[in-house]
Ligand binder design. Structure first.
Ligand SMILES: N[C@@H](CCC(=O)N[C@@H](CS)C(=O)NCC(=O)O)C(=O)O
Length: 210
């Protein structure tokens, strides 16, 4: 498989963890978001949205990190599972993953921040305030949910899709200097995940182009 990714993309980070955790070999092709490579003709052919990641598996090209992770679960059933089999548990894991991937991440995405600065004249300070606000809003809720669901990881003691979303979002929160002391459950789960090789190897600083 080929993963078109970028070291600091949190959506690509989720897929790197998934591939590592499942032990599926892949080649990485960096698409530099800083150089605008996501808008090149070659990349738009892979993803008309001009976003990373894109995953190529044979002739198939897939986008959207959560869809990719679920594809890997379905297509490679003999690998570690990212979603529980029981419907109610699966829904809880997906809800946590979507809290991060659908409600926190998109409003803090690079193109959103660029638009705020270039089109709306936001200052760096306003950009940071916006970024932190939406992290706090999401993490306040996630912290309450984890008090109920978490064991070693977001949902009990098995790694799930929720953990794949949590770790990159905490990385971003730290990058934007959010006060993480408000979130003991999130911090604990993040630390537990980072002890696993699949997560450690997916860290942005270790990727090509970092
Ligand atoms: N919902 C998408 C989000 C993808 C996304 O937003 N990728 C970001 C990096 S994390 C990106 O490519 N940004 C490029 C830009 O903003 O120009 C997914 O989960 O794959």
């Amino acid at each position: 498989m080929i993963l078109f990714d970028y070291c600091r993309s949190s959506a690509a980070y989720r897929v790197r963890i998934a591939l590592n955790y499942k032990g599926l070999p892949y080649e990485q092709v960096p698409v530099s978001l800083l150089d605008g490579d996501q808008c090149s003709e070659a990349h738009l052919a892979r993803n008309p949205q001009g976003l990373v990641p894109a995953l190529q598996d044979g002739d198939l090209i897939l986008n959207q990190s959560l869809a990719i992770c679920e594809y890997l679960d379905d297509e490679y059933p003999d690998t570690e599972k990212l979603l529980p089999a029981i419907a109610s548990e699966k829904a809880k894991v997906r809800a946590m993953a979507q809290l991060i991937a659908c409600d926190i991440h998109p409003v803090n995405n690079l193109r959103m921040l660029k638009y705020m600065v270039a089109e709306l004249g936001a200052t760096d300070e306003q950009k940071t305030t916006w970024y932190q606000h939406w992290i706090y809003k999401g993490f306040d809720a996630l912290e309450v949910i984890l008090a109920d669901t978490a064991g070693e990881y977001c949902f009990g003691d098995s790694v799930t899709l929720a953990d794949l979303c949590l770790v990159p979002q905490v990385f971003n929160a730290n990058r934007f200097k959010c006060d993480m002391s408000r979130y003991p459950n999130i911090v604990r789960v993040n630390e537990n995940c980072l002890k696993l090789k699949a997560f450690a190897d997916a860290h942005p600083d270790l990727q090509p182009g970092a």
